[in-house]
Design a protein around this ligand. Sequence first.
Ligand code: PMP
Length: 429
Amino acid sequence: MYDKSEAAFAAAKRVMPGGVNSPVRAFKAVGGTPFFASHGEGPYLYDIDGHRYVDYLLSWGPLIWGHAHPEIVAAVESAARRGTSFGVPTELETRMAEKVTQLMPSIEVVRMVNSGTEATMSALRLARAYTSRDCIVKFEGGYHGHADSLLVKAGSGVATFGLPNSPGVPRTTAETTLTLPYNDAEAVRALFARRGEDIAAVIVEPVAGNMGCILPEPGFLKTLREVTQAYGALLIFDEVMTGFRVALGGAQARFGITPDLTTLGKVIGAGLPVGAYGGRRDIMALVAPDGPMYQAGTLSGNPLAMAAGLRSLEMLEEAGPALYERLEAFGRRIVAAFTAAGQRRGVPVYGHAIGGMFGLFFREGPVRSFAEASSADAGRYARFFHAMLQNGVSLAPSQLEAGFLSAVHTERELALTEEAIERAMAAVV
Ligand code: PMP
């Protein structure tokens, strides 16, 4: 029943590595042939064989307004009619920057880029320029895009494929990346006591979303803030996934911690290719042309992307905190359905939900670190994933990824999802 997708995948594999433009799309962790998208509408994704799925992948997070939201489509259409790119400034970019600085507590000045990878890569360069130090600290299972410095003990597809340290990254670069277990405040203090003077920055996903969805333990983010401050290092919140998703002001608003720099992506572009980095004015003053740290982009601040992103942020602002409460309640009900179904069948399960993100694990709780997340039963997740697809629900094709919710998922989709979970759990016992 996946004839068209199978043919499409065979054709794709002849001309693209693994048949895909981003590794996790190839379904390697869960096996089988990836379905090829035909189109999306609201909370639903349709494949070229005619199946319909309630979509919790949502393009890996950007689509907080679901697929093809009329307001976003209209914004892109009207921008496209005026020209797709200019290479000179537009007022739209300023409006976008004003909106971002207004909504994100720590961002005084922001630079737009084209992806989350570019955002984190640039933020690291900036932190190194600002501190005149070389080392950075990241957490095991944290994924921050594929820049060389960050492909060390990384999460997401890198972890799914068991390639935590990619070949091609110079040894000297990898040596400047120090890694620690997520949620281990003691380890952070100990590392800074030894190497504090070498460390330019700590980069962290304030809610981890690339080793499943893992919440920060109480006090963890606060420790990062205090320790970095004490040693003159910068704190970078990678909010590519959490920005405008766990709260309007991101995880930094939700947990009340102010980082020095923040990276953004996904929701900020509403499904178009966008990233951003920003933060304290005195640090951002180093970015060219104001300062000497070079970073540029032919398509940065692209009018289609700005129009989509700005409209999306305006709509989120109009919806207000109630939207995030609704998303979280929805996520909790998915986790509750999952855990109840698991318990009924004697399958060890656990889950988290926060704002518009959730995580499902085939193991007992708690799950606080990459070590704990990666010990969950991957085979069971693979069977569950396929059974969910058969029951019309699309999840991430790896347990070491988060699930995403949109503002247009309703009780109807929740009911379909609860039924699918019940049936899929029976298939994994
Ligand atoms: N940071 C985080 C936290 C991410 O989740 C991702 C992508 N999943 C990235 C950075 C990289 O973003 P992109 O794929 O747009 O380069």
